[in-house]
Design a protein around this ligand. Structure first.
Ligand SMILES: Nc1ncnc2c1ncn2[C@@H]1O[C@H](COP(=O)(O)OP(=O)(O)O)[C@@H](O)[C@H]1O
Ligand SMILES: CC(=O)OP(=O)(O)O
Ligand SMILES: [Mg+2]
Length: 396
């Protein structure tokens, strides 16, 4: 069964094609800088044991152009003969609200409901929706399925997800914490449980990509998570503030004359590491620190300090801790962030091994000292594979 997975971000499209039940992809790709003149597509194929890679730079003004180009590449590189060979398309949709708590087949009614979630995740849901609309016109024979970032966190107890607003704001307007990156937290926590061979392991999963969030997990269930109503609260991110005192927003509006759209743009797109350093990519920020940039150093310290605070908080929620997991672009690759986060955490039984931490290795790995009570794991995430697995389970 050919399952094509699309992970549409705010300006990128990640995709993978699986011939399920095999969990090795036939093709893996990334379209970057959608909406810009210098967009690029990297398309890798794994056919008959041979890896081939194509990179092309071209203007990709919109998702339609991007996905059509991906479709051409799928046929040109022999991944499929034509689009009709795709049985299902699995879409990552960030916000499912309270309505979508599991994998959902996309119907006209579902699409209408999805449009009502745009305001809740303005960087993500509109592009996922666009991805669905374009996929429907290309993969006309395929079932279209949606997997929601919010779904995994639906096991959280009410005391964790409710806000202390008057109750009707929850009962009538569904204003509550939802939590995101659930597909990734689920995938890496399952990998960690298998690695530790401990189904009831008390875990803290730390997903550090462009968006960043943490989750407290036990028995395969999310008990708490750092993102809330939208994917903005909690950790400091590439361009998003994470937690800030809401009084700042009243001040911006009432005293400095900002419109709400300007505030939204500020806290979602101009803040976080970008706002602090002028750079949003951790690789560039690391270089800036090496060149003596004090702002970049402070931003790094703030980034790690925020993670540290959530580790303390989730160790309390779990009443113990077996392992912490670092994952996603920054979590998997940035040893310095892991080091700063785990240094001086002996009180919680967290002892990082500097050499192991700075040694690169593929796959799941342990970076604590041998007798550290808490294991520190680097676990590569694979949201696309998790989505393909869920689609296959539904359709097989
Ligand atoms: N080798 C690396 N060292 C440090 N940071 C890295 C490295 N590779 C990727 N990153 C960081 O990972 C981020 C992207 O992470 P990713 O999980 O792909 O994010 P997203 O899915 O949210 O787009 C980049 O912006 C960059 O900051
Ligand atoms: C929910 C979210 O922040 O996703 P991403 O990290 O892909 O931006
Ligand atoms: Mg991501």
């Amino acid at each position: 069964m050919n399952i094509f997975v699309i992970n549409s971000g705010s300006s990128s499209i990640k995709y993978q094609l699986f011939k399920m039940p095999s969990t090795s992809p036939i093709c893996v790709g990334l379209v970057e800088r959608v909406g810009y003149g210098d967009a690029s597509i990297t398309h890798k194929t794994y056919i008959d044991g041979e890896e081939k890679s194509i990179t092309q730079t071209m203007p990709i003004p919109d998702y339609e152009t991007g996905l059509n180009e991906v479709n051409h590449l799928l046929t040109e590189t022999g991944v499929v003969k034509d689009a009709s060979e795709i049985t299902a398309v699995g879409h990552r949709v960030v916000h499912g609200g309270e309505r979508f708590t599991e994998l959902t087949e996309i119907t006209p009614d579902v699409k209408e409901e999805l449009q009502q979630t745009f305001q809740l995740a303005p960087l993500h849901n509109p592009s996922a929706y666009k991805g669905i609309e374009v996929a429907e016109t290309i993969f006309t024979n395929a079932k279209q399925l949606a997997v929601f970032d919010t779904a995994f966190h639906q096991t959280r107890p009410a005391k964790a997800y409710r806000f202390a607003l008057p109750t009707t704001y929850y009962t009538e307007q569904h204003i509550r914490g939802y939590g995101f990156h659930g597909t990734s937290h689920k995938y890496v926590s399952e990998q960690a449980v298998a690695y530790l061979n401990k189904p009831d392991a008390k875990l803290i999963s730390i997903h550090l990509g462009n968006g960043c969030s943490m989750a407290a997990i036990q028995n395969g269930q999310s008990l708490d998570t750092s993102m809330g109503f939208g994917p903005l609260s909690g950790l400091i991110m590439g361009t998003r503030t994470g937690d800030i005192d809401p009084t700042v927003i009243f001040y911006l509006v009432n005293e400095l004359g900002y419109t709400i759209d300007q505030v939204s743009d500020l806290v979602n797109k101009q803040s976080g590491m970008l706002g602090l350093t002028g750079l949003s990519d951790m690789r560039d920020i690391t270089k800036a620190i090496e060149n003596g940039d004090e702002n970049a150093k402070l931003a790094y310290d703030m980034y790690a300090y925020r993670i540290k605070k959530f580790i303390g908080s989730y160790a309390a929620v779990l009443n113990g801790l077996d392992a912490i997991i670092f994952t996603a672009g920054v979590g998997e690759n940035d040893a310095q962030v892991r080091q700063l986060t785990c240094d001086d955490m002996q009180y919680l039984g967290i002892y990082i091994d500097r050499d192991k931490n700075y040694t690169r290795q593929p796959g799941i790995r342990e970076i604590n000292i041998p007798n550290s009570p808490v294991k520190i794991l680097v676990v590569p995430t694979n949201e696309e594979l998790e989505i393909a697995n869920q689609c296959y389970e539904r359709l097989k």
